[in-house]
Design a protein around this ligand. Structure first.
Ligand SMILES: Cc1cc2nc3c(=O)[nH]c(=O)nc-3n(C[C@H](O)[C@H](O)[C@H](O)COP(=O)(O)OP(=O)(O)OC[C@H]3O[C@@H](n4cnc5c(N)ncnc54)[C@H](O)[C@@H]3O)c2cc1C
Length: 454
């Protein structure tokens, strides 16, 4: 049987991993990326942008034999370092198990690494500065525009869009929505984000704890920071666009400076570039995109953010996009060269997982914003943390999602939510959670949820 001609639109994290895996399976792939080759040209004005990489992402990297190499270039973050407005900072480990932690990875660094991997295979042709402008769902033709040149059209048997939240491939699905019964929803938060920096100290030292994800939770907004290998931290301010303590209210350098001095006094002296960063970096929006179906006629498919962009409050968007490639590969294993079945089965298998992590990520936004000030919620957290420390077989909702790489997101969500209900009920009825023995908590869980703890 002649080999299928496959094209991938978008050489981001998902597209470059997918191209590598398809080449490892002996398939021939053309990859089109609208931006320049980030291994040669500095993109994002040289800003260090990092992401939290966790077990699902590593599972997908293991699939292409790259896990160990990537682990050499990440910074483990063993817990959340909470910086209250007043009082001592506290480090809350992600779980009671030593092996459970998340990792800060450079986005461009990981992307460049994956592009190098894809480049190792003769069967992968990478075309940079080449944007896909249209996809014809009847013919399989993709219209491409190379920077500085005219448009060309090429025809493929399989077209996979890994072209991110603004996907052109998804737009082709939308245009044919009546015919293919394509459902689409996009929901923005009223909160946006801006990236800032804590530069390295002398000799590339870290000016705050290196091995933690730092969080400054505040009322209606928050700041986080993740470490970079050069000793700097990428800081992200999440704040509402309008109203009190919003991006629009911080409309002068004085207001920005005084807001940061008041709200984040412990970083007052270590963010010297605050005002420059504030002006140079955009205030960007955050939202959730859900759509369905992701495939059409066993020929066209969307994956990663193109199919399911989510808000970043679980640190799972990239992990989910990488896991997409893993699940897709399992379908190839199962269905061989029956591409119609591969695409359809992938679609069915993966959609519930993507919906679950989208919902979890939104829940976490509200939880981080509102629930951390709720005494019942805080008591529940204490009960659960101790439980995880004293019984390593117990996984909190966060741990199920982040560290149970073989448990699909939808199952992690179902179990995690059920556990939470039981623990919240307990927390409502105790004044001092430390007085509650772990055995009593486990007994409650066994009684209420025999399917998980029986
Ligand atoms: C503030 C923030 C923080 C985040 N933090 C985390 C985190 O800690 N952990 C985590 O797991 N996830 C995180 N995410 C989510 C993560 O960034 C995304 O889920 C991930 O980048 C998705 O990868 P992707 O390859 O699907 O899409 P993208 O990374 O968006 O890649 C798409 C690629 O397609 C290219 N492209 C687009 N249009 C075209 C076109 N028409 N033609 C050709 N090429 C095209 C783009 O240039 C890009 O290279 C965060 C997101 C945000 C916004």
């Amino acid at each position: 049987m002649p080999q299928k001609k496959i094209c991938i639109i978008g050489a981001g994290l998902c597209g470059s991993l997918l191209a590598t895996r398809l080449a490892q399976r002996g398939l021939n792939v053309d990859v089109y990326e609208k931006r320049p080759d980030l291994r040669r040209v500095e993109i994002d004005a040289g800003r260090s942008i990092n992401l939290a990489l966790s077990d699902r992402g590593f599972k997908a990297l293991r699939m292409i034999g790259a896990e160990e190499e990537v682990r050499k270039h990440v910074i483990p973050m063993y817990g959340r370092m909470i910086h209250p407005l007043e009082g001592e900072n506290s480090l809350y480990r992600y779980s009671g198990r030593e092996r459970d932690f998340i990792n800060s990875v450079s986005r461009p660094g990981l992307n460049a690494f994956l592009l190098n991997k894809a480049d190792d295979y003769e069967d992968v042709d990478l075309y940079f500065n080449t944007a896909c402008t249209q996809v014809n769902l009847d013919t399989g033709e993709v219209e491409l525009r190379k920077r500085g040149e005219g448009r060309v059209t090429k025809k493929y048997d399989i077209v996979i869009g890994t072209d991110g939240a603004g996907s052109v491939v998804r737009q082709a699905f939308s245009r044919a929505s009546n015919r293919i019964r394509f459902n689409f929803s996009q929901k923005f938060l009223d909160t946006g984000y801006k990236e800032l920096t804590i530069p390295p100290g002398t000799h590339a030292s870290f000016l705050i704890e290196k091995n933690a994800l730092h969080i400054w939770p505040r009322d209606g907004f928050m700041k986080i920071a993740l470490p970079n290998l050069d000793g700097s931290f990428t800081v992200t301010l999440f704040a509402p666009f309008d109203g009190e303590n919003s991006f629009s209210s911080l409309d002068s350098d004085e207001k920005v400076r005084s807001f940061f001095d008041r709200q984040f006094p412990d970083t007052k002296d270590i963010m010297p570039d605050l005002i420059r960063d504030w002006h140079e970096n955009p205030s960007s929006s955050l939202g959730t995109i859900k759509c369905w179906p992701w495939q059409y006629e066993g020929r066209f498919l969307i994956m990663g953010d193109a199919a399911h962009a989510i808000v970043p409050f679980y640190g799972q968007g990239m992990n989910c996009a990488l896991e997409d490639c893993y699940v897709f590969d399992q379908m190839i294993e199962e269905f061989g060269d029956d591409w119609n079945s591969i695409l359809k089965a992938y679609d069915d298998r993966r959609k519930p997982s993507a919906d679950a992590i989208a919902d979890l990520a939104e829940d976490n936004f509200y939880e981080m914003r509102d629930a951390t000030a709720d005494p019942v919620f805080n008591r529940k957290r204490r009960i659960e943390l101790r439980l995880e420390q004293e019984d390593p077989s117990y996984y909190s909702k966060y741990s199920l999602v982040t560290f149970k790489e073989d448990l699909p997101y939808e199952k992690a969500m179902k179990q995690g939510r059920a556990q939470n209900e039981v623990l919240m009920e307990l927390a409502r009825n105790v004044e001092n959670p430390d007085a509650l023995s772990t055995e009593v908590v486990k007994q409650k869980l066994r009684e209420a949820l025999p399917e998980y703890f029986g």
